[in-house]
Write a protein that binds this ligand. Structure first.
Ligand code: HEM
Length: 422
């Protein structure tokens, strides 16, 4: 899509900066700092096609927006500009356009509460067993490149492990688990295969739901399909697709951002590789420092409201600047350093639509396993390029490396890795 404005831009947004340009992809933290000094905690911004929105940068303001679901709805059908935008506008998939709007992400009120309780219940499994599977998958992935002496860790490791782990938790077969990685990768890449990838994903879950209706498994799908909330087949497929995709790029980029800091920043080398902090705690510091989730779209105002210096109108879109809020100077120590031991970061968002607690536990188990197995197996791993040569995926929502090339002493992996789901 070219840069022609798709809608009329209101006066409040006339010289607003555009999110998602190359500078934003390279150094979002500087862009957020500039916006904060120019506008305060809420800034007018433009998205692709010069579509206007409000970006919340303040930690307190973000908590307020996510807590007040009456004023700031999750349902994009309230968007005043929605009817003016063509169906091919490339950001629609992240805003619940089309059938995706039936997934729990975009529901409101009691309907959301019931579905959210059901999904949280379904995600609450045996974390010890899950940890063992995550370590097994991590070891298998490392074994596939350990003898080479070099690897590209984003595609060979960080972006594969979360889906293999979540696929197992959902009760997918080994073949379906592999297909899931390919389908979700195609879908989220936004290229020509994106819609085919989304369709394959739905086909996999439709088959899984059918199987569970006849004989429920002792897994996430079994627990969700038998929950008293009584989800229909369509709702089950949509919510299972959310579970499979919500943890993929978020957890994969969290692992990637942690590895980059570990390989390039002495403070993180000490934390991770020299064991100064437990791996889980060091990973939480990465959320403060370099969050995989940068901006979430979004919330839609149900009435006129003032926030910071912004005068938000009914039906305006409000974006959650999660990474910016983590760097809000008002909640950082005076020297700007990472708040040690605090879990007040907003990378998982906040409030009723925030990432469910059991999902956060699963994500941390996956990320800890990823780092621990890699450090144990390839202890002398080093970056194979200059840190400045690393590049980031374009896009507004997430922060993730395009590639993370490393070298290490070739290792014959200890023992024969166990078969997946074996
Ligand atoms: C196994 C891994 C994960 C799973 C299964 C998972 C699952 C989910 C689900 C089901 C939701 C929808 C909640 C709702 O609307 O009621 C959600 C939302 C969300 N998750 Fe996760 N998630 C995972 C990992 C992560 C990670 C690692 C992050 C970031 C560090 C993250 C950040 C978020 C955010 C920002 C939202 C949306 C919040 C909003 O609209 O306010 N998730 N996640």
């Amino acid at each position: 899509m070219n840069d022609t404005p798709l809608v009329e831009v209101a006066e409040s947004h006339l010289d607003a900066p555009r999110l998602g340009d190359p500078r934003y992809a390279a150094e979002p933290a500087s862009v957020f700092a500039e916006l904060r000094s120019r506008y305060g905690p809420v800034a007018p911004v433009l998205l692709v096609g010069d579509v206007p929105a409000w970006l919340v940068l303040g930690h307190r303001e973000l908590q307020h927006v996510t807590a007040d679901t009456e004023t700031f709805s999750r349902n994009s059908s309230r968007w005043r500009l929605g009817p003016q935008l063509p169906p091919e506008w490339p950001l629609w998939p992240m805003l619940g356009g089309g059938r995706g709007g039936r997934a729990l992400l975009f529901l409101e009120g009691e309907e959301h509460r019931a579905r959210s309780v059901a999904v949280s219940h379904a995600l609450t499994g045996d974390l010890l067993e899950f940890r063992a599977r995550c370590e097994q998958f991590a070891e298998e992935l490392v074994a596939s490149f350990a003898a080479d002496g070099e690897a590209e860790l984003m595609s060979a490791y960080a972006m594969r492990l979360p889906l293999l782990a979540v696929g197992w938790a959902l009760g997918l077969s080994p073949k379906q688990g592999e297909d899931l990685v390919d389908s979700v990768t195609a879908m989220t890449a936004g290229g020509p295969d994106a819609f085919a990838g989304q369709q394959r994903l739905r086909d996999v879950f439709a088959e899984l739901v059918e199987r569970n209706r006849k004989s429920p498994g002792r897994d996430v799908t079994g627990r969700l399909s038998t929950h008293p909330a009584g989800l229909t087949d369509l709702e089950l497929v949509e919510d299972l697709a959310v579970v499979a995709t919500a943890g993929h790029q978020t957890t994969g980029n969290w692992i990637g951002n942690a590895l980059r800091l570990m390989l390039t920043d002495p403070r993180y080398t000490d934390s991770f590789a020299r064991g100064r902090l437990p791996v889980g705690q060091a990973l939480r510091e990465v959320l403060w420092e370099d969050s995989p989730t940068q901006v979430v779209a979004g919330r839609w105002a149900t009435r006129p409201v003032e926030l910071g210096t912004a005068r938000i109108q009914t039906g305006d879109m409000v974006l959650l600047g999660l990474a910016a809020a983590n760097h809000d100077p008002t909640i950082r120590p005076a020297d700007g350093s990472t708040p040690r031991g605090s879990q007040a970061y907003l990378s998982y968002s906040h409030g009723r639509h925030g990432c469910p607690g059991p999902a956060r536990d699963m994500a941390e188990v996956i990320a800890v396993a990823a780092i621990e197995v890699l450090l144990d197996s390839l202890p002398d791993m080093a970056l194979a390029c200059a840190p400045e040569a690393l590049s980031w995926h374009p896009g507004v929502w997430l922060r993730g490396l395009q590639a993370l090339p490393v070298t290490f002493t070739p290792a014959l992996h200890a023992g024969q890795a166990p078969a997946p789901w074996g």
